[in-house]
Design a protein around this ligand. Structure first.
Ligand code: PLP
Length: 370
């Protein structure tokens, strides 16, 4: 994968997903379409599933859905719970809150353990919350909160969740394949991710891993489900097929991207992300920005969020970066929309792109302050 680091991109796409995808991976989508119920697709599906399991570091079942990440977030609720069940959602931002919104749409009772934006999940509070709510069946957490740039410590959280034998559900949409997230070692029952993030693949596919314990929850779950019913995925997978028409082109891209990640080796991919994140954070601090996470130790390795000075507007900075310098970054979400900038650095980021980003930011801020 590393060999595709490019200094020649015309746009510096620094969103926290979708990420820039090299032409060799993109072009896979132009292959002629094939029968998704035939042998060739069966081979592709099995191959991609095996490679995804390697990166998820799991022997659990794993399924590929044709959807964005929110589809598998919904699957992680509808497949394992029943109406009136209680769950704990430990949320540090916008995407954590999405679990609550989905669960409430299904009439699941949510115990909201919310932390202030910029903080990570406090494990003492989590344990207290579990003790106070003995009826809770599951804990839902976001590994990497893309709305704030905070990365939670999954190994600490795992110790607590497993101590109380609760179902452990993790949104790894913006973390898996970029930072270590070993499903089996961390005893994660359900882990989800989506193709447009560290997988260096176009949007359109999402992934969900399911442990034996999660299957036991599934057996007694009575929430309505159809498109995302994992039993359908399981039954069809036995025949080497997906239950519904898949995004065949994206699957070809994914297959190629997975080969490149595995060829580079995951420890090297993680190390590359760590180095890029450190470099971007350090440069942003050097040019006068303050990190949004309240402690650099839980700053994300896949995106960095920074506060902007009171007198400046995120909208104007973002527009200038795009119109004058071809650099695309994001504002905050919800009530953070005019308070922070979010810069994605998952997937491939070259040194030249980091310099281009920083120089453009300096110029955009100078003009902004004039
Ligand atoms: C942590 C996290 N969860 C959920 C989502 C939602 O995924 P999607 O937009 O693919 O539905 C995102 C997307 O940015 C995310 O970063």
């Amino acid at each position: 994968m590393q060999k595709y680091l490019s200094d020649k991109n015309e746009t510096n796409l620094r969103l926290p997903g979708p990420v820039p995808v090299p032409f060799d991976i993109l072009n896979e989508q132009t292959k002629p379409l094939i029968n998704h119920r035939g042998n060739e697709f069966s081979y592709l599906l099995k191959n991609c599933t095996d490679k995804l399991k390697q990166i998820f570091a799991t022997d659990n079942d794993l399924y590929i859905t044709t959807s964005s990440g929110t589809g598998v977030m919904e699957a992680s609720i509808s497949n394992f719970l029943s109406e009136g069940d209680e769950i704990i959602v430990a949320s540090v931002g916008w995407f954590g809150d999405r679990f609550t919104e989905i669960a409430q749409a299904y009439n699941v009772k949510v115990i909201n353990l919310s932390f202030s934006h910029g903080s990570n999940i406090n494990c003492i509070d989590l344990e207290e919350c579990i003790k106070k709510n003995p009826k809770a069946k599951a804990v839902y957490v976001t590994h990497n909160e893309t709305s704030t740039g905070v990365q939670n410590n999954l190994s600490d959280i795992s110790k607590i969740v497993t101590k109380y034998s609760l179902l452990f559900v993790v949104d790894g949409i913006s973390s898996v394949a970029s930072v270590p997230c070993e499903t089996d070692k961390l005893k994660i029952d359900v882990l989800i991710s989506a193709s447009q993030k560290g997988w260096v693949t176009p949007p359109g596919l999402a992934f969900i891993s399911v442990s034996k314990k999660a299957w036991n929850y599934h057996k007694v779950s009575s929430l309505p489900k159809y498109y995302f019913d994992i039993s359908q995925y399981k039954n069809y997978f036995k025949k080497g097929q997906p239950p519904f028409t898949p995004a065949i082109g994206v699957m070809y891209s994914l297959d190629k991207a997975l080969d490149l990640l595995i060829e580079e080796t995951m420890p090297k991919v993680y190390e590359r992300h760590k180095k890029v994140a450190y470099k971007i954070r350090t440069k942003l601090i050097e040019i006068g920005f303050e990190l949004f996470p309240d402690d650099e130790n839980h700053a994300s390795d896949t995106l960095t969020s920074v506060k902007i000075p009171k007198e400046t507007s995120t909208k104007q900075i973002i527009e200038k970066l795009e119109n004058k310098y071809n650099v695309i970054i994001s504002a905050g979400q919800g009530n953070l929309s005019d308070k922070i900038l979010r810069i994605g650095h998952l997937g491939l980021v070259s040194d030249a792109e980091i310099d281009w980003l920083i120089e453009s930011l300096i110029k955009s801020m100078e003009k902004e302050n004039e």
